[in-house]
Design a protein around this ligand. Structure first.
Ligand SMILES: [Zn+2]
Ligand SMILES: [Zn+2]
Ligand SMILES: [Zn+2]
Ligand SMILES: [Zn+2]
Length: 481
C-alpha cells in the first residue's frame, strides 16, 4: 500500500500538526481559484431516502430498481449493483433477517455504520483492497471528541451500537468501540449534496475530514456523484492551510460559533471569528439577527445601549420600545410556525399566502439584510417554483441575491446557484438580456466552485450561449414583427 504522504504530495498538499488545531492540511504549492486540491471516494456512504430515492452506486435518480432480496437499496443498473455488491452482499444477508420493526430503526447514520464495519471486515480479509487514502486506519485516526460529549448522547450512541451488533451478529463487535465510532461519524461525516447543493446522502471521507473549518474558507467541498472534490476558491499560496466551511456561514459570529461548538465541538478562531465583540462584528450581528429602526423610511438598525436601557437606531437615533419589539417578535414566531405547518402539509397556495404575510410582518421588525427574512424569501422562492409563479419566484430570487452578495464572499457556490436560478427565471419570462447577465455571473462563480468541465457547468455554459444568441437576435435592428 502506498503511503498517504506520497499520495498527498502528488496533489500538492501535506498533513501537518499544530497544538491548537490538531491535524491540518497545508498546501505545498500554489493553487489558483478553481483548481482541484484533492478528491476522494467515500470510505462508506449511504443514500438518505428522505430526500428521494437514488442509485446506491452513482446516486442517479432515474431508472431505479430495488434489490430483489432486501428491498432496501436501489440501483440504476447492473454495473452499479456490481460495484457495490461486495459490501451489499453481506449487508443484504443481514437485512433480510431483520423484523419489519427493526428495519424501521435503521436510520441513515446506522446504515452508514453498518457499511463502515462491513468494509473494515472485508478489507481486513483482503476481499476489498486498501489504498493509501482509503483504509480503516484513517477512520481510526479521526477525532471522536469523546470527552466533550454529553451523557445523553453517549447513551444514544451506546443504544445505536447495540442495534448495529444485532444487525451484524457475525462480526463480534466491541460495543464501546462502535459507540466511539458513532461520535466520529457525528463530527466527521459529510452530507453528500447534488450540484445544486441539495442533500442526498451521507458519506465518510477520512482524508477530506482532516481539512479544518474556516468561516472564511479558501476552498469549497462539492460532490461529483459520490466523489468529494475540494477546489480552491481563492488563490492559496504554498505553505497556507487549506480550509473549507462545515456550516452555513450566513450568520453572526455568535450563531456560527454556537453551531460549530454543538456539532463539531470546537471553537473557531478564523479571521471572521477573532473579530467577535469588535465594533464591526457587533454591527454585523445587529443587521443580520437584530431589529430595524421603527421609522420605516430609515434603513438603520438598532443597538441596545445599556446605560439608557434602550434600543437606539444607529442611523437616526430614534429609540424603539422593547415591549413593541417583543410583541411583534411573538407574532412573527406564531405566523412562522403556522406557515411551516401549512408548507409541510403540501398546501402550496395557502403556504404562499402565509409566507407572504410573514415577509411583510418581518419587514417591520428586521433589517432588510436580516437572515430570518432571507430564510422566508428562500422558502417563498421554492413555493413559487412549485406553483409555477415565475414572476413571484424571480422577485424573491432577486431579493435573496442582494443579501447573498452581502453575506457571502464573491466566489461562493450558493451565490452562483442563485444567479443561475435568477437567469433561468429571466429567460423563461423573456427577459433575455437580463438572463445573459445572470448566467454570466453564475458561470463566473460556478466554473470555479464546480469545475469548468463538469456536466452541470457545461449545461450552464450551453444555456448562456443560447441566451446570448437569442439576445443578439432580438437586438437586430432589421427585425420586423
Ligand atoms: Zn447507478
Ligand atoms: Zn439487498
Ligand atoms: Zn470562524
Ligand atoms: Zn432610524
Amino acid at each position: 500500500m502506498a503511503n498517504l504522504d506520497d499520495t498527498l504530495s502528488r496533489c500538492g498538499v501535506k498533513i501537518s500538526f499544530t497544538e491548537e488545531k490538531g491535524r491540518c492540511f497545508i498546501a505545498t504549492r500554489n493553487f489558483c481559484p478553481g483548481e482541484i486540491i484533492i478528491s476522494q471516494e467515500p470510505y462508506a456512504s449511504v443514500v438518505n431516502s428522505q430526500h428521494g430515492l437514488r442509485c446506491d452506486g452513482c446516486l442517479k435518480s432515474t431508472n431505479l430498481k430495488k434489490c430483489s432480496k432486501c428491498w432496501m437499496v436501489w440501483y440504476c443498473g447492473i454495473s452499479c449493483q456490481k460495484s457495490e455488491w461486495k459490501v451489499h452482499q453481506l449487508e443484504c444477508e443481514a437485512l433480510v433477517k431483520l423484523s419489519e420493526d427493526r428495519r424501521k430503526m435503521l436510520t441513515p447514520t446506522i446504515c452508514l455504520m453498518i457499511r463502515l464495519l462491513l468494509r473494515r471486515e472485508l478489507q481486513s480479509k483482503k476481499v476489498i483492497s486498501t489504498t493509501a487514502d482509503n483504509n480503516f486506519q484513517l477512520v481510526e485516526s479521526l477525532m471522536a471528541h469523546i470527552s466533550e460529549i454529553g451523557e445523553q448522547k453517549l447513551v444514544l450512541y451506546a443504544q445505536m451500537a447495540n442495534l448495529v451488533s444485532l444487525v451484524l451478529p457475525s462480526l463480534e463487535l466491541n460495543l464501546k468501540e462502535v459507540a466511539h465510532d458513532f461520535s466520529k461519524l457525528a463530527c466527521n461525516a459529510h452530507t453528500i449534496c447534488d450540484s445544486e447543493l441539495r442533500p442526498i446522502g451521507t458519506g465518510l471521507y477520512p482524508v477530506i475530514s482532516i481539512i479544518n473549518h474556516s468561516c472564511l474558507p479558501n476552498s469549497v467541498l462539492v460532490f461529483e456523484e459520490k466523489i468529494a472534490v475540494v477546489r480552491a476558491v481563492s488563490p492559496i499560496p504554498e505553505g497556507t492551510e487549506v480550509t473549507i466551511s462545515y456550516i452555513e456561514t450566513a450568520a453572526s459570529t455568535e450563531t456560527r460559533q454556537k453551531a460549530l461548538k454543538e456539532q463539531y465541538l470546537f471553537t473557531c478562531k478564523c479571521p471572521r471569528c477573532i473579530n467577535q465583540g469588535k465594533v464591526e462584528d457587533i454591527q454585523e450581528t445587529a443587521i443580520l439577527e437584530g431589529y430595524r429602526c421603527k421609522d420605516m423610511t430609515c434603513d438603520g438598525y438598532l443597538l441596545t445601549i445599556p446605560a439608557e436601557k434602550a434600543n437606539i437606531c444607529q442611523q437616526c437615533g430614534l429609540p424603539r420600545d422593547q415591549k413593541e419589539i417583543e410583541k411583534l417578535k411573538n407574532e412573527v414566531e406564531k405566523l412562522s410556525n403556522k406557515a411551516s405547518v401549512s408548507l409541510s402539509s403540501g398546501n402550496y397556495y395557502e403556504a404562499s399566502v402565509l409566507y407572504k404575510t410573514l415577509e411583510q410582518l418581518q419587514l417591520k421588525l428586521f433589517h432588510c439584510f436580516s437572515i430570518s427574512l432571507l430564510r422566508t424569501r428562500e422558502t417563498l422562492l421554492k413555493i413559487f417554483m412549485e406553483l409555477q409563479d415565475w414572476r413571484g419566484a424571480l422577485t424573491c430570487c432577486r431579493l435573496t441575491i442582494t443579501v447573498y452578495e452581502r453575506v457571502y464572499p464573491p466566489i461562493h457556490p450558493l451565490l452562483g446557484l442563485q444567479y443561475y436560478c435568477c437567469g433561468k427565471l429571466e429567460w423563461l419570462l423573456g427577459e433575455t438580456t437580463d438572463a445573459v447577465i445572470s448566467f454570466t455571473k453564475a458561470a463566473d462563480i460556478l466554473r470555479i466552485t464546480h469545475g469548468s468541465s463538469t456536466p452541470f457547468v457545461l449545461e450552464l455554459l450551453a444555456k448562456l450561449a443560447e441566451a446570448h444568441a437569442e439576445a443578439a437576435y432580438k437586438l437586430r435592428p432589421d427585425q420586423c414583427g
